[in-house]
Design a protein around this ligand. Structure first.
Ligand code: F0G
Length: 451
């Protein structure tokens, strides 16, 4: 005790004690039951704005598209106000995760947030793969480590909190699987009826198991994801359903925190490249929004080039950029082993194309074989079990390395978006069956070659 009292002027001691108390409060706040988090500051720094014509919309009502021009809406953060709202001591003392950044999220003023403890996923240094590829510094942001096993939970904690604020009685989505699994879990947590539309026969088993287990009403649509999304959007008003696909402007707000985390985990510096799978185009745009905001707020330096990766059989955005088209031409019958990104008409294509262009990034394609090979590399060299879509980013990087299209000395992050356990069938189909033996040491030794 003497050490503190003797040598420190009263004002300094007081400031130190104040900071210590604030940090303790933050820790208590953040480590209490996650569902009880609540924020104290005002929401007037957030506007719901059309991405194309700039018209503002009423945040107290459900909205997805601009009532003037029909384009998608997004949440605009007033950065000057946001700067004032940031906690004085920074995020110090708060565990990493979506709600660490609550001052930059447009919900939570009216009551507790709906949280399962999402975000705070590991940024894993992948030295073994880096060495094989001749790269200096490769990281995987493993968002498969979220509560329901995919990055969707980042958006859903914010989206369902908004649904509660709007007093929605039914939430809904169309999904290739992960959105439905996540929505079902957060709806269950919040006691809200949940309807999910999935493309018949085309979602991975684990994702279906999650949605049904959490009590969602699962409807199989005779068609693909794009048709399921059209159906749910068209029905939302009539059936009073709040849609939580990535066209909902609150979902990307949660997802942008992954970019904040990457910067924090790299010591306040953005990577040079961010490789990310692109399906409906929501996550890549959300990451870019996060990097832009974080840099503008002075919380990180630099922004990465967004390198979007699509599966060859479902690649309308890569084609648009490759051929220099003015608009996206949908793929009518998309197909890929990475069912999560089996999407022919990405609803967020404008946002994603803008993110890629602004960041001086690229959009490339990878074959199913390249995706599966990257999935095995992650599993066998780095201990990361990703679902096929969650390995597409690495597949894109490997292709760029082979084409000498990436600076090998740069800091590179690949986003792995979903856990491998989501899709056990695709994993098992690639591997040899376990060999069986009699339960004896001799039989084991014979099998292992006397080891
Ligand atoms: N990776 C995984 C594991 C996904 O589940 C998705 C999208 C993506 C990547 C692509 O992200 O659409 O934001 O570009 N899954 C959605 C779903 C479509 O319904 O679960 P995006």
């Amino acid at each position: 005790m003497d050490r503190f009292v003797q040598h420190v002027p009263a004002s300094v001691a007081f400031a130190a004690v104040q900071e210590h108390v604030q940090q303790c409060e933050e820790l208590i706040f953040a480590s209490c039951i996650v569902g009880a988090l609540r924020r104290e500051h005002s929401m007037d720094m957030f506007q719901m704005r059309c991405t194309e014509c700039g018209r503002d919309h009423d945040t107290s009502r459900p909205a997805y598209a601009c009532s003037s021009c029909g384009n998608l809406l997004e949440i605009k953060v007033d950065l000057a106000k946001a700067r004032d709202a940031l906690p004085k001591g920074g995020w110090k003392g708060r565990p990493i995760g979506v709600w660490r950044y609550r001052e930059l999220l447009p919900v939570g003023a009216k009551g507790p947030v709906a949280s399962l403890g999402e975000g705070g996923t590991p940024l894993i240094r992948c030295d073994r793969i880096a060495e094989r590829l001749g790269l200096k510094s490769l990281w995987v942001k493993f968002d498969g480590a979220n509560p329901t096993g995919s990055f969707k939970d980042r958006g859903m904690t914010v989206g369902i909190t908004k649904a509660k604020e709007l007093d929605s009685k039914v939430v809904a989505c169309a999904s290739t699987g992960n959105t439905s699994a996540s929505l079902a879990a957060y709806a269950a947590l919040s006691g809200i009826r949940c309807v999910v539309l999935i493309p018949q026969g085309k979602i991975a088993l684990g994702k279906l198991a999650q949605a049904v287990m959490h009590g969602a009403e699962v409807v199989a649509v005779e068609g693909n994801f794009d048709q399921a999304l059209d159906t749910v959007m068209a029905a939302s008003d009539r059936l009073g359903m709040y849609v939580l696909n990535s066209v909902n402007p609150y979902r990307p707000e949660g997802q942008k925190t992954a970019a904040y985390e990457v910067c924090d985990q790299l010591g306040g510096v953005a990577p040079r490249y961010l490789y990310i799978p692109v399906g409906n185009g929501g996550n890549s745009a959300a990451y870019w929004k996060g990097f832009v905001e974080y840099e503008a707020l002075g919380l990180a330096t630099g922004r990465p080039a967004i390198r979007g990766v699509q599966a060859e059989g479902a690649a309308p955005i890569a084609r648009m950029l490759r051929e220099g088209l003015d608009t996206m031409v949908p793929v009518t019958d998309p197909d890929t082993v990475a069912t999560a990104i089996r999407i022919g008409r990405p609803a967020n294509w404008r946002k994603t194309v803008r993110a890629i262009k602004e960041s001086k990034g690229t959009a490339s394609t990878v074959t199913d074989e390249e995706i599966l090979s990257a999935q095995r590399d992650l599993a066998r060299f780095e201990g990361i079990f990703a679902e096929p879509a969650g390995a597409a980013a690495l597949a894109g990087l490997i292709k760029d390395v082979q084409a000498d299209n990436v600076d090998r000395r740069a800091e590179i992050v690949c986003v792995s978006t979903g856990h491998g356990l989501k899709d056990p069938d695709t994993a098992i189909a690639q591997c040899s069956k376990p060999r069986s033996i009699k339960p004896t040491v001799e039989a084991l030794a014979a099998l292992l070659g006397g080891a």
